[in-house]
Design a protein around this ligand. Structure first.
Ligand SMILES: [Zn+2]
Length: 170
């Protein structure tokens, strides 16, 4: 006899004998998977990701107001001037953070995260803006003001943003 391959549960909903829905109390719930392949361009931000493979952390600077954008912005939002690339050392300070108890599992890089993990907003040395990313550290040890640095991973990743995460500076 053929079987349904997807994960399924059969639930019984409360329905009194006199209810109109007494014959419809049994509910089958299916868990299905959806896989979608698509092409996505990193556009004018591409050099940031390309240089991560060379273990270089790039930002952009506005030639007019001198603000340094990390993550990079091709255009200064204040001056509306095109920016230019600058390299940062990759060290910085935690400005705020949250402890995550759920991983969305949207790709293999994220699905591999063990919860709880720390998501931090870091002001990189030389930058004017906050860079949000994963901080691999004991959540109980993380504080605002903690010194961190960019760490480059060695294993292959699905998306180049996962070539890096932050770690505490020893
Ligand atoms: Zn500017």
């Amino acid at each position: 006899m053929p079987d349904v391959k997807s994960k399924k549960d059969i639930l019984q909903i409360e329905a009194g004998e006199d209810s109109l829905w007494a014959d419809f109390g049994q509910v089958e719930r299916l868990t299905l998977s959806l896989t979608q392949t698509y092409t996505h361009t990193l556009g004018r931000y591409s050099r940031f990701f390309i240089e991560l493979e060379n273990q270089r952390f790039m930002a952009t600077r506005c030639g007019r107001c001198q603000r340094v954008y990390a993550p990079p912005r091709p255009l200064c939002p204040d001056c509306l001037c095109p920016t230019y690339w600058v390299e940062l050392a990759g060290t910085g300070t935690v400005q705020t953070f949250s402890v995550q108890h759920f991983s969305p599992g949207s790709n293999a890089d994220v699905a591999a995260l063990k919860t709880p993990y720390v998501f931090a907003y870091v002001l990189l040395d030389g930058a004017s803006t906050l860079f949000p990313h994963l901080l691999i550290a004991d959540p109980a040890q993380v504080t605002v003001g903690m010194r961190v640095r960019v760490h480059y991973v060695q294993q292959p990743v699905e998306h180049p943003i996962h070539l890096i995460h932050f770690i505490p500076v020893e």
